[in-house]
Ligand binder design. Structure first.
Ligand code: NDP
Ligand code: 1BO
Ligand code: 1BO
Length: 324
């Protein structure tokens, strides 16, 4: 079925796709692939051919693009049309200079075995030297030429290599700057969002400007993440609705008007996470989920970008323009 036909009538609570400012659509649930490792290929194939996903989120930095490419190729061999898929990737910090944008995209396309991307995002708005340490030495953090990089990304759209462009991990300040220089509007802003980090101010700013938001780490992420699956409010709502905590968290994101990209490499959970249509979280439960008091980011960028002694970012608040 063509994507456009999946879009419900206005007001209907079954948003399988959202409209982008470009006129394109984005499937509302996508498969995340960060830390999917060698399982990424099977996860992508299962998601597309068995669970009905049409949207896959990846990034050069995840080191899984070749595996994702194998999964996509296998799904297309099994009969899925490229035009029915929505594939997102992201440019990493070490490629965040105008002269590196096109080469970075070409490498990503090659790894994914694709000739265009649906969406290309600036992964983090910080320009690092190639091979920078984590966290970086002071001299490894370089000036970010946002305007120059964005011009190159706009050119990728004009050249048909990318259908939409956007950003991740932006602040109000950076978004404001981008909107002043953009000739092609960012279609999507991808941000950490879940009931433990609602980030309402960015959601509102994006909505006001017609920018669609994708919620990342919707389940609280993994490893050093936050266990939202066992959060008492989430489990209470899940029990009441006879749904799983994962489904409640994904559905919460949809009802906020965001697309959402839960990661799983487990076939059962991949299927579970997209069974979020045809039912709703009622208003009272939605409000309870939206009122969790302990609001904090899981991924504040400190481990990746902060150099406490020499800067230029000495703490996470510096990274986020002191806006939180
Ligand atoms: P998620 O919030 O999606 O959580 C993933 C974890 O939840 C994994 O441990 C997974 O394990 C587990 N899980 C998945 N489904 C269920 C379920 N139904 N019940 C219980 N546990 C479950 O974390 P991510 O941080 O990976 O975020 C999702 C995606 O967002 C990323 O993979 C990436 O694509 C994107 N992202 C983008 C960022 C950016 O900077 N733009 C930053 C972070 C993420 P298992 O695999 O075993 O099921
Ligand atoms: C280091 C990459 C964070 C997840 O997108
Ligand atoms: C690394 C954090 C960037 C905030 O816009």
């Amino acid at each position: 079925m063509a994507q456009a036909q999946l879009i419900p009538a206005q007001g209907q609570a079954d948003p399988r796709c959202f409209h982008l400012i470009s006129g394109h659509t984005i499937p509302s649930v996508g498969l995340g692939t960060w830390r999917s490792g060698s399982k990424a290929s099977d996860a992508v194939f299962t998601a597309i051919t068995e669970a009905g996903y049409r949207h896959v989120d990846t990034a050069a930095e995840y080191g899984v693009q070749e595996e994702v490419g194998h999964g996509l190729a296998a799904a297309m061999q099994a009969g899925i049309d490229r035009k029915d898929l929505f594939i997102t990737s992201k440019i990493w910090c070490s490629d965040l200079s105008p002269d590196r944008v096109r080469t970075a995209l070409k490498t990503t396309l090659q790894d994914l075995q694709l000739d265009y991307l649906d969406l290309y995002l600036i992964h983090w708005p910080i320009h690092l030297k190639g091979g920078a340490h984590k966290p970086p030495e002071a001299e490894e953090v370089q000036d970010f030429d946002m305007e120059g990089v964005w011009r190159e990304m706009e050119q990728l759209v004009k050249d048909g290599l990318v259908r939409d462009i956007g950003v991740c991990n932006f602040t109000l300040k950076k978004l404001d700057k981008l909107l002043r220089i953009a000739q092609t509007m960012p279609s999507v802003c991808q941000m950490e969002m879940h009931p433990g980090w609602r980030n309402d101010k960015m959601l509102e700013a994006c909505k006001k400007n017609g920018i669609h938001v994708t919620a990342y780490s919707p389940l609280g992420s993994q490893d050093d993440g936050r266990d939202l699956i066992h959060d008492p409010t989430v489990t209470e709502v899940a029990n009441k609705l006879n749904k799983t905590p994962g489904q409640v968290l994904v559905r919460w994101a949809l009802q906020r008007g965001t697309s959402v990209i839960p990661k799983s490499t487990n076939a059962e959970r991949i299927k579970e996470n997209i069974q979020v249509f045809g039912w709703e979280i009622p208003e009272e439960e939605f409000r309870a989920l939206s009122s969790i008091r302990d609001q904090r980011r899981v991924l504040d960028g400190e481990d990746i970008f902060v150099n406490k002694t020499h800067g230029p970012y000495r703490c996470a608040a510096d990274l986020w323009d002191n806006e939180d």
